[in-house]
Design a protein around this ligand. Structure first.
Ligand code: HEC
Length: 168
């Protein structure tokens, strides 16, 4: 009997270390499968292009609604201008690169869509500046770009707006 003690102890130690190495292995496996899950969802984000097109169409539609409610009474129902500058039809001077000579608020160039978003989100609507959410300003500008024939397959956001140059 005296010999059983140490042998049992040895066996317990052996089992314990098996359990420990199993735990270590399974946590490695867990980490690996976690990693896999991650990259799978990243793939999903970059994913198929179709939903993006649908989303950008939705953004333009939402922008149209916002434009009609918050901008059209000064800029015209088709962005043709009135008391406020024309915003649609680049050939007829909409969204000029340089601020118009008589501009009171505009000081910066409209080189990219981001420049327009920035100006509009700070100054427009003149009767309630900054009253829309940033998402709403992106949507209104996406609508205006679309009306100007500048179409994009991706949703207008910080990144895409900075890259989207207004054709001159
Ligand atoms: C109460 C009238 C009014 C409303 C409402 C209004 N605007 Fe304006 N907007 C103006 C005026 C006036 C200017 C000229 C500002 C200046 O002198 O720099 C202007 C200028 C602009 C410009 C620059 C045009 C250019 O050629 O320099 C953009 C872009 C613009 N508005 C977008 C919008 C958007 C988008 C909305 C709705 C969210 C909106 N505005 C609502 C009166 C208005």
């Amino acid at each position: 009997m005296a010999g059983l003690g140490p042998r049992l102890e040895a066996e317990l130690i052996a089992r314990a270390s098996t359990v420990i190495s199993w735990l270590a292995l399974s946590s490695v496996a867990g980490a690996l499968s976690f990693g896999c899950g991650d990259s799978a969802s990243e793939g999903g984000d970059q994913g198929p292009r179709e939903p993006e097109i649908a989303a950008s169409g939705e953004q333009v539609l939402a922008g149209k609604d916002l434009f009609m409610r918050h901008c059209a009474h000064c800029h015209g129902g088709s962005g043709e201008g009135g008391d406020a500058p024309r915003l649609v039809d680049l050939d007829r001077g909409a969204l000029p690169l340089e601020p118009p000579a008589d501009a009171r608020l505009r000081t910066d160039e409209f080189r990219t869509a981001a420049d327009v978003v920035q100006f509009a989100s700070i100054n427009m609507p003149i009767d309630a500046p900054g009253s829309l959410s940033l998402d709403e300003y992106y949507a209104v500008v996406a609508f205006l770009l679309d009306e100007n024939g500048i179409t994009s397959e991706s949703v207008l956001d910080t990144d895409s707006a900075a890259e989207l140059e207004i054709p001159r």
